[in-house]
Design a binder for this molecule. Structure first.
Ligand code: AMP
Ligand code: MG
Length: 414
């Protein structure tokens, strides 16, 4: 008999079974989307040296203290300083150094006058006329203003963004310690299933779940080493799972775990060491299998498309993210208001595929079509999975709820 678990118990058991995979050190340029597996502190200040935020001239502000339209100051440009070049020359009174954005401020200078405020004199390009004072520090970017040496920068478990890579590279972190992509094998099962490109024949449907599952797996950082379809044949299923479990970190099957009479897949799965058949008090996605055969993670997902999608968000995504070492295991959640009454049942957690609309500065959630596990369009239309908690029998219009955000509504969405 399968064990019956609440949604929270099932999640607890899955996550307790996951140990993060050993990290790997990779070039910073390849680390976008990975989980950072170390704490980063600034090895040096940013900016590393005081530099100019404008193209202009570095000056001694005292030389311009009395400059006005009618009594301009005249100073002499003694050197040109592009970004990347430094000078050992210190400015003396009445002197200026032409300086480009990002160039190190020379000694003796305490302000930069932008190029727009300079007038060069005909016939003597080294003389400039300036008609107003420059307060000390004007157009300076001070060393360490962004980060001081030793400041905490990024913490372990962070999902590295493109912007993070810019910060890490600027701090000289050429290689970073990150979670490695879990190697995953996924199998759909069913004699009724066809390739997307195959003509329909009576009694058969096309296999929509496998491409969806493979894409979801990749999207959360896994490397899909194998994605294949298996017949409803226990020998073939046992063989394929045995092979997959010898090389992949995570193995998933779709279908064949429900209470049907004809479930040869359930037999093979049931024979795997440590794998249990579960009935989770959730909708969709009640029948499932889970375990850790040979120290790998195994998920037996139910066959209906909505069940695959919802069980993925509830259990598979958090597990895969924990394997990689992410601190945040789920997609972001969004607080919503219920726009149409949602029936449920006490003692069961429902994930309702909803669309979101913005009104009165709130997100209003309405079911994205009939909540039938076999229907595909509600899943495609949905912006979020609204969670009806176990203790609720229904949600009424205007009730607040928590939803797993799948995507934001798009402009002009159809
Ligand atoms: P099962 O749990 O194998 O009985 O599958 C439940 C329902 O989901 C059945 O109607 C199957 O035809 C359907 N199903 C199973 N696997 C897939 C798949 N890969 N793509 C589309 N539908 C599927
Ligand atoms: Mg089946």
């Amino acid at each position: 008999m399968p064990s019956t678990l609440t949604y929270a118990e099932a999640r607890g058991r899955v996550l307790a079974a996951v140990r993060p995979l050993p990290p790997e050190r990779i070039p910073v340029g390849e680390a976008r989307g990975r989980a950072l597996r170390q704490n980063i502190v600034a090895a040096h200040p940013l900016p590393p040296f005081r530099n100019s935020s404008m193209d202009g001239v570095a000056v001694c502000s005292a030389d311009l203290a009395d400059a006005t339209d009618s009594t301009p100051a005249f100073i002499t440009v003694v050197e040109v300083l592009p970004a990347g070049r430094t000078t050992s020359r210190a400015l003396a009174g009445g002197e200026a150094i032409r300086i480009m954005t990002g160039a190190m401020i020379p000694d003796g200078a305490d302000a930069v006058v932008p190029v727009e405020d300079l007038e060069t004199l005909p016939g003597s390009p080294e003389r400039v006329r300036i008609r107003r004072p420059a307060p000390p520090g004007q157009n300076f970017r001070e060393a360490g203003r962004d980060l001081a040496a030793g400041d905490p920068v990024l913490g372990e478990g962070r999902e590295l963004s493109a912007h993070d890579l810019g910060l890490l590279a600027s701090l000289g972190e050429a290689h970073v310690l990150v979670g490695r992509p879990p190697v995953v094998a996924a199998f759909s099962t069913g004699d009724e299933l066809l390739d997307a490109g195959a003509p329909l024949v009576p009694g058969a449907i096309r296999d929509g779940n496998l491409p969806m599952l493979a894409a979801l797996l990749e999207e959360c950082g896994a490397r899909v080493a194998r994605a294949a379809r298996l017949p409803d044949d226990p020998v073939k299923v046992t063989e394929a799972l045995g092979r997959a479990l010898s090389s992949a970190d995570v193995v998933l099957t779709i279908g064949g775990v429900s209470a049907g009479d004809f479930d040869p897949v359930k037999q093979s799965i049931g024979e795997l060491e440590s794998v249990e058949l579960w009935r989770v008090a959730m909708k969709p996605g009640r029948p499932q299998a889970f375990g850790t055969p040979s120290g790998r993670l195994f998920f037996g997902l139910p066959g209906n498309p909505a069940s695959v999608a919802c069980v993925f968000e509830a259990f598979v995504r958090p597990a895969l993210r924990k394997l990689q070492g992410f601190a945040q295991l789920e997609r972001p959640h969004v607080a919503v208001q219920v726009a149409e009454a949602i029936p449920s049942r006490a003692g069961r957690t429902d994930l309702v595929r909803v669309t979101l609309a913005r009104r009165d500065q709130r997100w209003w959630a309405a079911p994205a079509g009939d909540q039938v596990s076999g229907h595909l369009t509600p899943q495609s239309r949905a912006h979020a999975l609204l969670i009806v908690p176990e203790e609720r029998e229904s949600l009424a219009v205007g009730d607040g709820a928590d939803a797993i955000l799948l995507r934001w509504p798009e402009t002009g969405e159809r």
